[in-house]
Write a protein that binds this ligand. Structure first.
Ligand code: ADP
Ligand code: MG
Length: 597
């Protein structure tokens, strides 16, 4: 898109944030332009080209803008500036540093530098003089908080280059030249720590993208045990307002197995975004003992920002993820809620008067969502190292209707479905993930099954299936009890119901606000599942359904206390002993013979 002369134009029409510009030269889809404005020029992006008439979406309020105003096209797409110093920061969708502003929101037309140009970084070279390098090759690294930030040959470089010079270890700013490379024609090119990537187009920063095969532990039992997500996998959490989407995403951010956490907060309410700014800096990182924010970047928007800025934020977040992935790091990317993004797409599509799809969303909504989710993944880099982006988005279906277009489209794109159930949320069964409707397609991948067998246990998958069957049978038994009454069904139905309650209370339910229960590592998940399944296998002697209820309530209480106690502590063991005493007392005589608990 390099041009000799800048293309310019004049505003010919204004429909809220959609502006029609009549141009005098070539422009490209998604190219950035600035519309002149008395206070500050307004940034906009080309979204449709109709001959001389170009439709641009303005990232700011267009209040006061007049027909006839001049616009200048920049010759590049919407892009982010990449380099050390992105972690710990709060950006908006256009990568403005929110901490450099007064309050949470920018004044119209203000754009801030996403990087610190003064700070010196502790450079260690990786490449040597004479090395053949190409786009993505690691030239050196600087520690960014606790992470190794690799400085790479920019991805827009084509072909191969020879390293002519690499600076000595030492302190450098992001704009200092750290390496010089020579291209095939003998031209020398100086490189700094900064590069720019377009956000809406994936930069192919890897050599291979195999199917995800490793488990990514989240510390959330109902995910890891029942429907695990793979490292580099995709998942989504649809749930009506107030069912726990945000709490669940935050839990995953805190305890998920990742080097880098990127959160795109497209808040439903402004205070949700403010909450994330106040809550996250306080959080301890269970993996490093330092602060979680040291390896987190937050991209925040609220619904009162112009739609175009909201739309950009998920792409900005994904691009930052791709950048860190190409350093060989494990990135966990969260977007809450992607419905706000889809709504931004809808508003623009409606203003463009495009032929609408279902519920007035754009016709190609499914394709847009799918190509976004497809940017996640586990990759091998050119140097043989691996990196990943695991992506989980939330969806807030209007009126809780899971048949609405955003949920339907996302279902086609994401491999894990974690549906939040209003009934479970109402009865405070958190996380309110429906154990029966939810799924993980990774459990169908032979490579994932092998990984789980090898790393969690040979019997793990059969145990998990057994738990799922018991949950389903429990639900059926409950329906029968509801129809026929407590006395109208055999005692066995009550036992079936309570077996599923046991799994629900001990495995599915988890208190995100409890210091210990909030995070459940895999060995502990396995221990508890085996414990619970062992109980469901036992034959107890009960005289009445009251007996059944009382017995299960007691043991559920003890097992929950175990969940709240430090793993393997004296307290944990004393609850466990108490549990075994109660069970021994209730076992059928014949069941006791030759059996150890
Ligand atoms: P949503 O984002 O779906 O609107 P939130 O994540 O804000 O919903 O959750 C709403 C409320 O539900 C929280 O403020 C909290 O009280 C409760 N809640 C949700 N998940 C949990 C959980 N895992 N443990 C305890 N409480 C929870
Ligand atoms: Mg929320």
């Amino acid at each position: 898109m390099e041009r000799k002369n800048k293309t310019t134009g004049v505003v010919a029409g204004i429909i809220a944030n959609l502006v029609i510009v009549e141009v005098d030269g070539p422009v490209a889809q998604n190219e950035i332009c600035f519309i002149q404005h008395p206070e500050n020029n307004l940034m906009a992006e080309v979204i449709k080209i109709m001959g001389k008439n170009v439709y641009v979406q303005v990232f700011e309020s267009t209040r006061g803008l007049k027909v006839g105003t001049k616009a200048e096209f920049e010759g590049h797409l919407l892009e982010v500036t990449l380099g050390p110093g992105i972690l710990s920061r709060n950006y908006d969708g256009l990568q403005n540093d929110l901490d450099k502003m007064d309050g949470v929101f920018l004044k119209r037309g203000d754009y801030t530098d996403p990087l610190d140009r003064e700070k010196k970084w502790d450079w260690t070279p990786i490449a040597k003089v004479g090395d053949e390098v190409s786009a993505g090759s690691w030239l050196g690294e600087v520690p960014e908080n606790s992470m190794p930030h690799r400085i790479m040959v920019p991805f827009k470089f084509k072909g191969s280059y020879t390293v002519k010079k690499v600076v000595e270890p030492g302190q450098y700013t992001v704009d200092d030249v750290v390496a010089t490379v020579t291209d095939a024609d003998g031209n020398d090119i100086d490189l700094t720590m900064v590069q720019k990537w377009p956000v809406k187009m994936a930069v192919k920063a890897y050599s291979e993208k195999p199917r995800p095969f490793k488990l990514l532990q989240t510390g959330v039992r109902t995910l890891d045990t029942l429907n695990p997500i793979a490292e580099g996998g995709t998942g989504f959490i649809p749930g009506p307002f107030g069912t726990g989407k945000t709490v669940l995403q935050h839990a995953i951010s805190k305890f998920g197995e990742a080097d880098i956490v990127i959160i795109a907060a497209c808040g439903e309410r402004a205070n949700e975004v403010v909450e994330i700014f106040t809550e996250f800096p306080e959080l301890e990182d269970p993996r490093t003992g330092r602060k979680l924010i040291e390896r987190t970047t937050i991209i925040a928007n609220t619904s009162n920002m112009p739609v175009a800025a909201r739309e950009a934020s998920v792409y900005t977040a994904m691009t930052l993820g791709e950048y860190y992935r190409s350093m060989g790091l494990k990135v966990l990317l969260m977007a809450d809620s992607t419905s706000r993004w889809a709504q931004a797409l809808r508003e623009m599509s409606n203003r463009l008067e495009e032929l609408p799809g279902p519920d007035a969303f754009p016709m190609d909504l499914t394709a847009i969502i799918s190509s976004f989710y497809a940017r996640a993944g586990f990759v091998y880099l050119n140097n043989g190292e691996s990196g990943s982006i695991t992506f989980i988005g939330t969806v807030s279906p209007a009126g809780g209707n899971l048949k609405e277009p955003v949920t339907e489209s996302t279902r086609k794109a994401a491999r894990c479905f974690y549906g939040l159930n209003q009934g479970r949320a109402d009865s405070k069964r958190y996380p309110a993930i429906d154990p029966i409707d939810s799924y993980s397609k990774y459990l169908e991948y032979p490579e994932v099954m092998d990984f789980l067998k090898e790393n969690v246990g040979e019997n793990w998958l059969s145990d998990v299936n057994k738990a799922k069957t018991l949950l389903l049978r429990g639900r059926e038994a409950q329906e029968q009890i509801n129809i026929l009454g407590d006395d109208g069904v055999p005692l066995e139905f009550h036992e079936r119901f309570w077996n599923s309650e046991l799994i629900d209370a001990v495995i599915l339910q988890q208190d995100s606000f409890d210091k210990i229960d909030a995070n459940c590592p895999m060995p502990r998940q396995k221990y508890m599942l085996e414990k619970v399944l062992g109980i469901t296998d036992m034959k107890f002697s009960f005289d009445s359904f009251d007996d059944v209820n009382a017995f299960f309530k007691r043991i559920i209480n003890l097992l929950k206390q175990m969940n709240y106690s430090e793993w393997d502590s004296d307290k944990f063991k004393s609850y466990e002993n108490e549990l075994e005493d109660i069970m021994k007392g209730s076992l059928k005589e014949e069941a006791l013979v030759g059996k150890t608990l």
